[in-house]
Write a protein that binds this ligand. Sequence first.
Ligand code: GDP
Length: 408
Amino acid sequence: LADEDREARPRLMLMGLRRSGKSSIQRVVFHKMSPTETLFLESTSKINKDNIHSFIDFQVWDFPGQMDFFDPTFDTAAIFGEVGALVFVIDSQDDYMEALARLHQTVRAAYQQNPNIIFEVFIHKVDGLSEDYKIGTYGDSRPWLLLNRLLKNTQRDIQQTTTDELADAGLENVQISFYLTSIYDHSIFEAFSKVIQKLIPQLPTLENLLNILCANSGIEKAFLFDVISKIYIATDASPVDSQSYEICSDMIDVIIDISSIYGRAAIGDKSQGYLEDQQDHQEDWSQHQQDAPEGHPDYDDSNGHHHLQGSQALVNSNNNNNNDDDQSVAQTNSSNHEAFSVIKMGNGTVLYLREVNKYLALICLLRAETFEKQGLIDYNVQCFKEAMDQVFELRRAEKTRRELEANQ
Ligand code: GDP
């Protein structure tokens, strides 16, 4: 990846004891593995630089083994210097005292090197009491309450111990937050969304743009998604309910499935290969477009209707650049093709997806009546896209300017 491209991406580090669930999180979030498949994962044994082609730059580190702060050759400056957020995973089903000790040690070492680092603690595997959880969700609410109380206690315990410990060490100013997560539901994606949002300096601008878009187009909810991970990096000011988040994230899956069957819609396919074949995994959704049929450099198939369990999908992909030799990211980035899709659901809701850049897609929820003015929506979305380009372009320009100044 080009340097400026790496720079613009939020950098994350995932740490925790062995078997706490790091690889599972990585596979489920970034590689579309189903949660049950993670039961058979080998434990992480080496630093895992996962060069995923996502908006998010992501690494996984393991305890014990890789992290020995007392080893003089251990280069904490290099490790923590560039990281935006350090996510520490704690297995809530296990005795978490050792994990807490490691967490405190890590926070101290990392904070010394980089006081800007944001610490995020995932109290993980909270689906623990899975049977109760299910009963609680579908019927009698008592077990659910019980589980809730248990979780709250666990969270309070972990949070309290941690803040006390850090205060004792004189580190009360460390930014540290706690989340309850599980790979068996959307909680892991939602936690990541919150984590990532803190790392995006342009967030207020993006939110503002989304607000303007919604207000002027009658859109009920708009999310800006990182396509590969299905983490949303920004949304408009209206409240997020998990149902609308889930339906939008499912839409990405639907589009990915359709595009892999029909090979036309342009969207990243993360079902191909896991870490073992990282090279092959470098595809992004722009590159994927180059799988379009040969000899159709300028085709526009807007008539593909596919019936999907009670909803009607119209997948429309424009591809104006089908140069087979052209595999470089820079090239695909500069071409003017994009993914676009609309799903009309039986309940009168319309899902509207539009590619924004090679990592990001805009997904909007709106009423079918509102969608009758599709021209207006298309136009406003186009304006939104252009504004987004400017936001990221400005950041790049700003960085170059600062570098030039520093060199003088
Ligand atoms: P790592 O060593 O930290 O990379 O841990 P792994 O990812 O190998 O996970 C260890 C075990 O925890 C695996 O058997 C996973 O299936 C399981 N696991 C991971 N996440 C969850 C979760 O959210 N809930 C439950 N119940 N199990 C999980």
